[in-house]
Design a protein around this ligand. Sequence first.
Ligand code: BTN
Length: 253
Amino acid sequence: MSDFFVETPTDCNLLFYKSVESTNEVAKKLAVSGVDSGTVVWAKEQLSGKGRHGRSWSSPPGNLYVSIIQRPNCKPSEGSQIGFVASVSLVETINSLTGIKVTLKWPNDLLINEKKVAGILLESSSSDSDKLDWVIIGVGLNVLSCPKHIKDTTCLNTEGARLSVEELLQGFLMKLYSKISEWDEQGFEIIRQKWMIYAPIQGSETRVRLPVGEVTGKYCGLDCSGNLLIETKNGIKSIETGEVFPVVTNYNE
Ligand code: BTN
């Protein structure tokens, strides 16, 4: 580990682990046991890291694996907004520390030159329909390496940025906590607009794999609750869950 000391926001309690199965799993147990909002679980490696859609997340030492517990004062249906708060915060952290241009793919993948460098897994719980109990923001950022067997992935090291995990974690937590307060006080609109700036190519042909079936159409950005808007032949569709793929067209078409 480097000698860098991770300075944290005042309302953050950072817990460090050398190795865990999954920081999200550790954070979930802590959330259920009643720990304060702002508790953060950070591990040097994960033995069983989890990705979206039930996939695994390759987690050797050298990358950032962190899960942040939040108890926002919002409805369960608004909980996904915090994922956008986190992805915008991570884009701005990487950009300000490295100068590298990072873009977003819905909902919360971070890309450098169209290759995935980071992902976010949100998990939440609510016992009644009016109030979210907790949400876990699980962030995996490829710093030193990325999985060789998965195509179109990259890491900061390959992109020429030599930064420690500690520096990135500190920058990210500072940015995230300030944006969470902004979201809490002013609502989702500012974050939504920022997210749209970092997720370009509006109007491009996009295919979205849904839990059942798929939708193809023009990408039109985010609506006011974080759903993806796709303009299809039958009108605009608002999509809550799915996976986005660009439509590759033949050059001569
Ligand atoms: C994705 O599939 O894009 C989301 C990946 C999220 C990975 C992070 S690493 C830290 C946290 N703990 C986990 O087990 N997963 C998330």
